[in-house]
Ligand binder design. Structure first.
Ligand code: NI
Length: 236
């Protein structure tokens, strides 16, 4: 090989190497770019998710429209600005509902007497899942046995189905409870009490194993920790 040929060969090698380097650079930059785009998209999706459900909390709640035990039409928006304790049940319930309503009433009295919630208001709502038998008058009389603050709500089967679905509440509606003349039946239903914030969003829920003390304590804690997040004029 002549020195010129050797030089030519070297140049060709150099050009090839440069091409490899360029291809490698473009490939890796594209890879890094795509990776970051992917990560950013994931982050955006996560942020959107958090915004939707409120700091990782389960998606419970939504808008509803019912009628209260005084015959007034009510929607979720009527309770914005207040805390709500919502319970689903029916006045004919033989044992669980009375115990749970008693518990809610005790928890409310504790919160008030211990002055744990400052100027905040907690409204206890009872949503009937047995609209056929639970007349407005029946609900009103029934709730008066537990706590004077209780407000009963009922509606059509369709309206009750909607609110139950939003709050992930199960209740059985046997045909007898809907169409028949039969009035002797039980309605199976889930037993949860929801604490809803002044913005109408889910805060916490309580089950059958929570005592009135647990409930009062948790509600006071939640209201305190939401102070500042939702409003700044509270004196708790
Ligand atoms: Ni019940």
């Amino acid at each position: 090989m002549t020195p010129e040929l050797i030089q030519k060969e070297r140049n060709a090698k150099y050009v090839r190497l440069s091409w490899y380097a360029l291809v490698a650079l473009v490939t890796s930059s594209t890879g890094i770019y795509l990776f970051f785009m992917y990560e950013r998209k994931k982050l955006e999706e996560r942020q959107q998710e958090l915004a939707n459900v409120g700091a990782g909390k389960p998606k419970i709640g939504g808008s509803w429209s019912l009628v209260d035990h005084n015959g007034l039409p009510r929607t979720d928006k009527d309770f914005f600005g207040k805390y709500v304790l919502m319970y689903f049940g029916y006045t004919f319930c033989p044992d669980v509902c009375p115990e749970e309503l008693e518990k809610i009433s005790t928890a409310l009295d504790k919160l008030k007497s211990q002055d744990k919630i400052g100027r905040e208001t907690v409204v206890p709502l009872f949503v009937s899942c047995d609209p056929k038998r639970d007349s407005l008058e029946a609900i009103k009389e029934y709730l008066a046995e537990f706590h004077k603050d209780f407000l009963g709500l009922t509606g059509t089967h369709q309206q009750i189905k909607r609110i139950a679905k939003a709050f992930k509440m199960y209740y059985s509606a046997p045909p007898r409870a809907v169409d028949d003349d039969e009035v002797d039946y039980l309605v199976d239903h889930s037993i949860f009490t929801y604490l809803i914030g002044p913005d109408g969003k889910y805060v916490a829920h309580f089950g059958i194993t929570d005592t009135a003390d647990d409930m009062a304590e948790q509600i006071a804690k939640d209201i305190k920790s939401l102070k500042g997040v939702l409003r700044d004029d509270s004196d708790i």
